[in-house]
Design a binder for this molecule. Structure first.
Ligand code: MF3
Ligand code: CO
Ligand code: CO
Length: 257
């Protein structure tokens, strides 16, 4: 439980978040063509690290609470916090979430996508599509006066109606010059509950949606979170800011303003 107060960012800080977010989105786009059968998750990590440094940024995950690599690579039953590994070779039919967080000029851009490797099963494709739609529906709830619970409720209603489950153990988070801060943003919950959203709040929405049980197990490496039933899990993430009249996605490659 995060007890800190929720920070309202200044226009200057939001500009920095936008630049970091833009870089994060560009990094995911840069990695996408590498996601093919035969590539290792370590190769994805190393290219992410090289590209991040070349753009004057740092990889927030590297050394964060002891995390050993620059990005998270979460394959198939891995929910999140998968550790890149030179022995892990992607194969046709896998799904992989790549989660990147460059720090640019002191501010974090946190975004992730789940990619298809070759041609996964129809069920895997549906899970990935539903998860992306969950993120879209969660973002669509964001405007001044809405409640944090509205976001999770929209995500949970859709995911469960599609026959999938929502992970409880990991949530979205406030983010700025600090990687993880208040508020928590659960991807399940009840409309009308939780804190009120105000302009200048910046946080992530990052639903993790499972094919089977929502229950999590963390492997002996202390990071890799997998589904207890070892069925598939997918995730998409954006960093967003509450604006005067709604929401702006900060982790976009194209400027939509
Ligand atoms: N990027 C992840 C998130 O969305 C956090 C990764 S923390 C790490 O919050 F230490 F695993 F990198
Ligand atoms: Co995040
Ligand atoms: Co992330």
């Amino acid at each position: 439980m995060k007890t800190e107060t929720i920070v309202i960012l200044s226009q200057r800080e939001i500009d920095k978040m936008r630049r970091a977010g833009h870089l994060a989105a560009q990094l995911l786009k840069h990695l996408e063509p590498m996601v093919k059968p035969g590539v290792t998750t370590q190769q994805l990590n190393d290219e992410a690290e090289r590209w991040t440094q070349a753009h004057g940024a740092k990889s927030a995950p590297l050394g964060y609470k002891g995390f050993p690599k620059s990005i998270c690579t979460s394959v198939n039953e891995v929910i999140c916090h998968g550790i890149p590994n030179p022995k892990q070779i992607l194969k046709d039919g896998d799904i992989i979430n790549i989660d990147v967080t460059p720090i640019l000029d002191g501010y974090h851009g946190d975004t992730s996508k789940t990619f298809l490797v070759g041609n996964p099963s129809p069920k895997a494709k549906k899970l990935v599509e539903v998860t992306e739609e969950c993120l879209r529906l969660g973002i669509a709830e964001v405007k001044p006066g809405a409640k944090i619970g509205d976001i999770g409720a929209a995500i949970q209603e859709y995911a469960e109606a599609q026959g999938f489950s929502v992970v409880r153990d990991f949530v979205g988070h406030g983010i700025s010059n600090i990687f993880h801060t208040a508020p928590d943003i659960p991807h399940y919950g009840t409309r009308g509950k939780g804190k009120r959203l105000r302009p200048g709040m910046v946080f992530t929405i990052e639903p993790m949606i499972n094919e089977g049980t929502w229950e999590v197990e963390v492997l002996s490496d202390k990071w890799t979170a997998v589904t207890r039933d070892r069925k598939l899990s997918a995730q998409f993430e954006h960093t967003i800011v509450v604006t005067e009249d709604g929401v702006e996605i900060l982790t976009q490659a194209e400027d939509n303003s």
